[in-house]
Design a protein around this ligand. Structure first.
Ligand code: 5AD
Ligand code: SF4
Length: 439
């Protein structure tokens, strides 16, 4: 097409942003844009942003500064900001960076094509509404092209938990679940396009309560519905809150063979005093008991977590309680952060921990978590795993995929194709991946 324009999207932050970027690319496909991998040949640049920590938000402004320079040579280039920074800062972004033409929040991005028309007409466009209409339905015109075998599917969005440090309830809004039939239609569509593994996404995905044929359905109900789809081999979900880990979901980990033995269950801290101040409404003990029950249902499950160190008024003793909890759980994967003050959240009013102490704690915590991850990865050597082949490796015949525990596995898989699930014996543990042999 002679007048096809090019769209470059840069995605920051969580997996939901990755999903949203795909939807935005599809919406703009309908408006005559095709994706490009390089900002230099783009007619429009869209930054899909994250506001979870200060560093993430600041990165956006420095990137915008760089992108603006491209406009000097290319006066028709348009620059847009989407995602959670767009939601949180709105018009302030255009004030700080006049080169920005468009700002769109995560609940309004189905309106992008209209907004694009406005900016082509020389206007600025801003939309940070939480509209009534269902953006997922508005974005239904999905292409039929083949796609990578592992996909994300958003089933729940927003959060009602209001942890004292977190911007999510403000940027993504109240907790909303998509109806079961719409999720299933999208899942079948993905499977027809070659998808073999679906990760169900939500800020608080295990609080899912989507409308079904006979009333509201739980996440476990949804998983069992997905389990019936031929050709779909693997189901995952993320992220979960300990308080929403219901019995039926724990049980599904033991009984649903398509549900992978991996669970991301953030605890944030091991100190009850800090957990209370974080408004987490669980204790270290209740979390540990929960882990025990999950392991009873699925003994080989790999656990992953999120941790914040240096939350306001955290003492060395509180920090030690987090270390003790980590030692008791043993995590195979983890994400840890130094507390970052987010304006407008309750914790922003509290006195900060000394920065050097917080940095020191983060280092010690990460040291322990890295050691646990390495030990668990090393313990895979000699075991048989199943691997979903996701891409070609560096050498001829070599392919790379993920085990059920989400470890990357490299192997010689001549004769197999991307999208195949193969049985593999793990023969070596490398820095960030495993090496395997076909069985
Ligand atoms: N500071 C540091 N880490 C944070 N997270 C959320 N908000 C903050 C903050 N203000 C972390 C939590 C959450 C993950 C997505 O990001 O650990 O689980
Ligand atoms: Fe943020 Fe997660 Fe707490 Fe919700 S449960 S407020 S998303 S940290």
């Amino acid at each position: 097409m002679a007048d096809t324009k090019k769209l470059f999207i840069k995605t920051y932050g969580c997996q939901m942003n990755v999903y949203d970027s795909e939807r935005m690319a599809e919406a703009m496909g309908g408006a005559g844009y095709e994706a490009t991998e390089t900002p230099e040949d783009a007619d429009m640049i869209l930054l899909n942003t994250c506001h979870i920590r200060e560093k993430a938000a600041e990165k956006v402004y420095s990137e915008l500064g760089r992108m603006k320079a491209l406009k000097t040579d290319r006066p028709n280039l348009k620059i847009g900001v989407a995602g959670c920074v767009a939601q949180a800062e709105g018009a302030e972004i255009m004030r700080r960076q006049p080169g920005v033409d468009l700002v769109v929040g995560p609940q309004a991005y189905h309106r992008l094509p209209e907004m694009e028309k406005a900016i082509r007409a020389g206007k600025k466009a801003l939309d940070t509404d939480f509209p009534e209409e269902d953006k997922f339905e508005k974005l239904k015109s999905r292409p039929k092209a083949k796609r990578a075998p592992a996909a994300f599917l958003t089933v729940q969005e927003g959060c009602d938990k209001f942890c004292a440090f977190c911007v999510v309830p403000y940027t993504r809004g109240a907790e909303v679940s998509r109806p079961v039939d719409r999720v299933l239609t999208e899942a079948r569509d993905l499977v027809e396009r070659g998808v073999r593994e679906i990760t169900l996404l939500g800020q608080n995905v295990n609080a899912y309560h989507g409308a079904g044929e006979s009333g509201s359905k739980t996440l476990a109900d949804l998983i069992w519905e997905l389990d019936k789809i031929d050709g779909l081999e693997r189901i995952r979900f993320t992220t979960s809150h300990p308080n929403d880990m219901q019995d039926d979901l724990i049980e599904a980990h033991g009984t649903c063979s398509k549900l992978m033995p991996y669970l991301h269950l953030p605890v944030q801290s091991g100190s009850d005093k800090i957990l209370k101040r974080m408004n987490r409404s669980h204790t270290a003990e209740s979390y540990l008991r929960l882990i025990e029950r999950i392991r009873e249902a699925r003994p080989d499950i790999l656990l992953s977590g999120d941790f914040i160190v240096g939350f306001p008024e955290e003492t060395e003793e509180d920090f030690q309680a987090t270390i003790d909890l980590i030692k008791e759980v043993r995590y195979g994967q983890a994400y840890s952060f130094k507390y970052s003050t987010r304006p407008g959240t309750p914790a922003a009013e509290r006195p900060l921990v000394d920065d050097a102490a917080a940095n020191d704690r983060l280092q010690r915590l990460q040291g322990l978590l890295t050691e646990q991850q390495r030990d668990i990865q090393n313990s895979m050597v000699g075991r048989e795993v199943s691997v979903l082949l996701e891409r070609a490796g560096r050498d001829a015949g070599q392919m790379v995929g993920k085990s059920e525990y989400l470890h990357s596995v490299h192997l010689d898989a001549a004769g197999h194709q991307i999208g195949d699930v193969v049985r593999v014996k793990v023969i070596e543990s490398k820095t960030n991946s495993l090496k395997g042999e076909l069985l």
